[in-house]
Design a binder for this molecule. Sequence first.
Ligand code: PMP
Ligand code: GLU
Length: 400
Amino acid sequence: MTLSLSAKAKGIAPSPTLAIDSKTKALIAAGADIVNLSVGEPDFPTPAQASLAGIAAIVNNFTKYTDASGIVELRRGIADKLRDENGLDYAPEEIIVSSGAKQSLYNIFVAILDPGDEVLLPAPYWVSYPEQIRLADGVPVVLETTEATGFKVTAQQVEQAITPKTKAVLLNSPSNPTGAMYSKDEIVALAEVIERHDLFVISDEIYERLTYGQEHYSIARVSLGLRDRTFVVNGFSKTHAMTGWRVGYVAAPQHLVKAMASFQSHTTANPSSISQKAALGALGTFDPATVTQFRARRDAVLEAFSRLPGLTCASPDGAFYVFPNVGAWLGQTYTGLDGSSVTVQTVDHLCELLLTDALVATVPGTGFGAPWNLRMSYATSMEALQKGLTRMTAFFGRFS
Ligand code: PMP
Ligand code: GLU
């Protein structure tokens, strides 16, 4: 065979979060009683106002191409939301809507990276960041953090990693997978280094409403100098339980948005017209009771974990994930329900056993740059969560 795939295609693996979720959903469809704590997808329904707006869009034949950046009513609504909820001042021309924040992020990397340009990426990171940076010919430069430092990078750590090739710093607060959040003071300290070294900031704020103590503070608020170099990334998937509608957006200075819009106009043209109307319907519908429920679930998980000796888990300040360290069990012997024993060497193996033997789906930390951890989403009902936790406790009890 002389026809081969590109080096890029050969180098890319499927998103592990989506791969495990689809495997789990297939097993559930086939009748398996699995508790799915893998994918980051709220169990709440899409707000009725959003669904009805989507239906109206179909009925009213709002089913044609739109402006590549998204319809102006939606961009205006997003500008209002950013002003009222986040203290950020953007004009509709400084906003581009895309098919999910995932596409928003890819647009950014393509817009700013030349081959070999480096992006500073704090680990643990969301699985798609390094892959997208590489797909855009950039180089992810990983900055390690630990549970002891709250899974956060310091300004000093960022400064030490800067080279003549550094183009941008990626911040994700609250974080997927750790739930870590940067305080205003920490953001201001990072901003000072970023501005002094003339770097872009990609600030992924998709979990910004899901916080359990401190308020989210966007780096774009620090000063006009910061606003000019920041891409604020957000979307409807998490806050409005609209993962399947695929609507995300970026706010940034107009010349940057224009560059992304040109690229988008040649790739997907525009986000779905129907989904854009649904997103417009969703604006302003966020129910704070969601946060109360997520907090209760987080606390239930942490409480169950506190009774599992060997496991350590930082308390997340936001998002809907826990990221426990399960290193104590790696290298240990697990005795399965069928009586056979096996030494578990990696977190991938551990998560595989957790799925097949304990019927709990989680995501190994490997794809997040953390091979001692696993990620559990608590965006599921308390009942399912309790069932999953009981199974996990029994599972870890079968190690010796
Ligand atoms: N950023 C982070 C940190 C995420 O966890 C996700 C997961 N969906 C996304 C961006 C992309 O979200 P979407 O494409 O569904 O808007
Ligand atoms: N971001 C979510 C997660 O990490 C959804 C899946 C994905 O897009 O990776 O589980």
